[in-house]
Ligand binder design. Structure first.
Ligand code: SAM
Ligand code: DTB
Ligand code: SF4
Length: 325
């Protein structure tokens, strides 16, 4: 049963279950909707890096923090398509293009649409993450064939103000709603390890799990440390068991959504990643880089999945509608 009426108390009780029981419930939910041997893969490209006017305290690309990331212009269409071709060769199923913008400029829309069309023609799924969108921009991207739009809520509504001040959680949710209404699949998750309390992780997941329809894709990022950012001061390492509990809770609350073990895998052991897959994570980013930080080498991921007896394939949810039944 897919529910969107979860309460914080219910979610807390699930989160705090003894780990054997928690894992059993997560596995049961996972197997009801997905083949547990299958991992979906996406590849990321930063098509416009740095110089972002937003002040997200965790991000290397905000112009508010002196992180050493150089600002670039929007890449040309051909260079983006060449990168997508390499990602496909490296085994990616989806190509996700990210831009360090508050929102795209209308003058860039033609080229963004060309990128979507070109990537799609290669047989890759398309995803973009460009900041806030107007309904007109959603319509144009949909028309170009965009499959997914990533727009994270990043943390709990309660902790949000500690993390970013140039926009609100409601601004984020408004774009998520527009994307949903425009018929593009929603990729929406957040970051853990920014000094938030366990209650914030639970509240973030309950916020996602009580949307009118669950996001089709839920990225869980472990904060990748960025020097000279405000979050560096407040960040606290997330212990392995806490990460596993967060993933399992995401799987149980949103059983038909793909849960992506996103940033932070370079610091994780093989055994921890395996536990995250058992807890219900069924997607990863592949390729040596995320946006401005590292990701495990392609051969390492191939070797890990082969030793686990898992295979790369589309994570097909047996439930076509992620919307609450
Ligand atoms: N500017 C657009 C936006 O904010 O939606 C798109 C790009 S932004 C970099 C995409 C997401 O990357 C953020 O919402 C955040 O969840 C994640 N992210 C950024 N910096 C990160 C970091 N240092 N560690 C983990 N995740 C990070
Ligand atoms: C998401 O949730 N994680 C990705 C993707 N969506 C765009 C981004 C991770 C970024 C990690 C930090 C960096 O490389 O700059
Ligand atoms: Fe800009 Fe996105 Fe980074 Fe925030 S997370 S500073 S909006 S690139």
């Amino acid at each position: 049963m897919i529910r969107n009426d979860w309460t914080i108390e219910e979610a807390r009780a699930i989160h705090d279950l003894p780990v054997p029981e928690l894992m059993y419930r997560a596995q049961t939910a996972h197997r009801r909707h997905f083949d547990p041997q299958v991992i979906e893969t996406a590849s990321l490209l930063s098509i416009k890096t740095g110089g972002c006017p937003e002040d997200c305290g965790y991000c290397s690309q905000s112009a508010h923090h002196d992180t050493g990331v150089k600002a670039t212009k929007l890449m040309g269409v051909e260079a983006v398509l060449a990168s997508a071709r390499r990602a496909k060769q490296a085994g990616a199923q989806r190509f996700c293009m990210g831009a360090a913008w508050r929102s795209p400029k209308d003058r860039d829309m033609d080229n963004l649409c060309r990128m979507v069309r070109g990537v799609r023609e290669m047989g890759l799924e398309t995803c973009m993450t460009l900041g806030m969108l107007s309904p007109e921009q959603v319509a144009r991207l949909k028309d170009a064939g965009l499959d997914f739009y990533n727009h994270n809520i990043d943390t709990s509504p309660e902790y949000y103000r500690q993390i970013a001040t140039t926009r609100t959680m409601d601004d984020r949710l408004e774009t998520v709603d527009r994307v949903r209404e425009g018929g593009i699949k929603v990729c929406c998750g957040g970051i853990i390890g920014m000094g938030e309390a366990v209650d914030d992780r639970i509240s973030m997941l309950v916020t996602l799990a009580t949307l009118g329809a669950h996001p089709e894709s839920v990225p869980v990022n472990l904060w990748n440390e960025i020097a000279n950012t405000p979050v560096q001061e407040r960040a606290r390492p997330v212990d392995d068991i806490a990460l596993i509990r967060t993933i399992a809770l995401a799987r149980i609350l949103m059983p038909a959504s793909v849960v992506r073990l996103s940033a932070g895998r370079t610091g994780m052991s093989d055994a921890l990643q395996a536990m995250c897959f058992l807890a219900g994570a069924n997607s990863i980013f592949v390729g040596d880089a995320l946006l401005t930080t590292d990701n495990p080498a392609v051969w390492k991921d191939q070797d890990l999945l082969s030793r686990l007896g898992m295979r790369v394939a589309p994570a097909v949810s047996s439930d076509a509608a992620v919307a609450a039944e």
